[in-house]
Design a protein around this ligand. Structure first.
Ligand code: OSB
Ligand code: MG
Length: 372
C-alpha cells in the first residue's frame, strides 16, 4: 500500500480523576492521535506523549516537529508492505520513540483493516492465537491521604480489577502501602516510584519486602541500572522495569545485569509494536515476568495495547483499564469496558475493532497537521 497522507491531531482529554505521580499531577491528558490514509482506507495510532517532559523527554512539541520535519516527509508516497516496521524509512533517526510508535501503530491498523483481520491476530507471534479476553489492571495515583487511597483502591476492587498498582514517591511509600495491604490482604498489588529514589534509599525500599507486593516498579532513575540490580539482589519482591528499558537493547542489557525480574512493556516507550514484539519474545525466552503498561492513552492507543497484551508472553495483568477510569467520553465506540469478572474483551473486528468517534475526537482536538 502506498501512503497518501499522514495527519497528526493534538488532543487534550479531560481526565475524570487527576493523576498524580512522583513527577507531577495531570488533570488533563495531552496526546497525539495519528491518522494515515492509503488506498481509500485509514488507520489510527497514538503517540501518548504528554504536555510536559516528565515521564519521558518527549512532549507534544517534540512529536510535532520530528514528524513534520523528519518522519512524515519520507513516509508520504512510501510503499508499506507486509511488515509495518518503519525502521527502514528512518534509518538515521534516533529516539522519539513515542512519535515513531504512533505512526507505526496507524500503519498496523491500516494493514489490519486491509487484511480484514483484528490487530490482536497480527500482533500475536506467528502461528499463535490471541486470547479472547484479558485481565484488567489499574494504576492509582497519589491521593490527598492514605485513607483516600484505600477508598480509591476499594472502588477498583469492587469494579472487578484483577491487579492494582499504586504510585509511590519519597514520603508516600512504606506506611501508605502497608495501609492498602492491610485493607486488601489478598489483592495482587504493585507499587511504582517512577524513579524517585536514589541508591541511599535501598534500606528504606527493602522494608517493602514484607508487604507481599507483586512488584516494585522503577524505584531509581532511568539510567541507574546498577541500583536496580543491587536492590533486586537484596529483595525477593520482583523489581519491575519501566523507564530503564526504552528499547529492545536496553531491555536485554538490563536483564543481563539482573536489574529486574519483571518488565512493564509499553509499545510507545520502545518505539512501536514491531520492537515491542521483540521485547516480548526476549522476555518469553528468558522466562521473565511481563505485562503491558500504559501512558494514559485515549481509546485508540488503549486498543493497540489490548491487542498486544492478548497474545502469548504476557504473564500478568497490565495497566490496561476501562475507558471510564480515564475519561467521561472516549474517542472510540464502544469504549473499553471491564466486566464484573475483571476481564476486557479483545476486539475481533478488523483493525482496532471499535469505531473512532470523529465528533468526540474533533471536540478535543486543539490543532492538526497534515502532510500531503
Ligand atoms: O509509570 O507506568 C507509569 C501513566 C503515565 C506515565 C507513566 C506511567 C503511568 C501509569 C498509568 O502508571 C498507566 C495507564 O493507566 O495508562
Ligand atoms: Mg511505571
Amino acid at each position: 500500500m502506498r501512503v497518501e497522507q499522514i495527519e497528526l491531531l493534538h488532543c487534550r482529554l479531560p481526565l475524570v480523576h487527576p493523576f498524580e505521580t512522583s513527577f507531577g499531577r495531570e488533570v488533563e491528558k495531552d496526546t497525539v492521535v495519528v491518522r494515515v490514509r492509503a488506498e481509500g482506507l485509514e488507520g489510527f495510532g497514538e503517540a501518548p506523549v504528554a504536555a510536559a517532559p516528565g515521564y519521558s523527554a518527549e512532549t507534544v512539541e517534540t512529536c510535532w516537529s520530528v514528524v513534520r520535519d523528519w518522519m512524515g516527509p519520507p513516509l508520504v508516497g512510501a510503499e508499506v508492505g507486509a511488515d509495518a516496521d518503519v525502521g527502514a524509512l528512518w534509518p538515521k533517526i534516533r529516539g522519539h520513540h513515542m512519535a515513531r510508535a504512533g505512526i507505526e501503530a496507524a500503519l498496523w491498523d491500516l494493514r489490519a483493516r486491509a487484511a480484514g483481520k483484528p490487530l490482536a491476530e497480527l500482533y500475536a507471534p506467528p502461528g499463535e492465537r490471541p486470547a479472547e479476553t484479558i485481565p484488567a489492571g489499574v494504576s492509582v495515583g497519589i491521593q490527598s491521604s492514605p485513607q483516600k487511597l484505600v477508598e480509591r483502591v476499594g472502588e477498583h476492587v469492587e469494579g472487578g480489577y484483577r491487579r492494582v498498582k499504586v504510585k509511590l514517591k519519597r514520603g508516600w511509600d512504606v506506611e501508605v502501602v502497608a495501609k492498602v495491604r492491610e485493607a486488601f490482604p489478598a489483592l495482587p498489588l504493585g507499587a511504582d516510584a517512577n524513579g524517585d529514589y536514589g541508591p541511599e534509599d535501598i534500606p528504606r525500599l527493602r522494608e517493602m519486602d514484607g508487604l507481599g507486593l507483586l512488584f516494585l516498579e522503577q524505584p531509581f532513575a532511568p539510567d541507574d541500572l546498577a541500583s536496580h540490580a543491587k536492590l533486586q539482589a537484596e529483595m525477593k519482591t520482583m523489581v519491575c522495569l519501566d523507564e530503564c528499558v526504552p528499547s529492545f537493547e536496553a531491555t536485554r542489557s538490563a536483564l543481563d545485569l539482573g536489574a529486574g525480574r519483571m518488565v512493564n512493556l509499553k509499545p510507545a516507550r520502545v518505539g512501536g509494536v514491531t520492537r515491542a514484539r521483540r521485547v516480548r519474545d526476549l522476555c518469553r525466552e528468558r522466562g521473565v515476568a511481563l505485562w503491558c503498561g500504559g501512558l494514559l492513552e485515549s481509546g485508540i492507543g488503549r486498543l493497540h495495547n489490548v491487542a498486544i497484551a492478548s497474545g502469548p508472553g504476557f504473564t500478568h495483568p497490565g495497566d490496561i483499564s476501562g475507558s471510564k477510569r480515564y475519561v467521561a467520553e472516549d474517542v472510540i465506540e464502544p469504549p473499553v469496558e471491564v466486566g464484573k469478572d475483571g476481564m476486557i474483551r479483545v476486539p475481533t473486528g478488523p483493525g482496532l475493532g471499535h469505531a473512532v468517534r470523529e465528533d468526540v475526537l474533533a471536540r478535543y482536538t486543539l490543532r492538526r497537521l497534515r502532510i500531503a
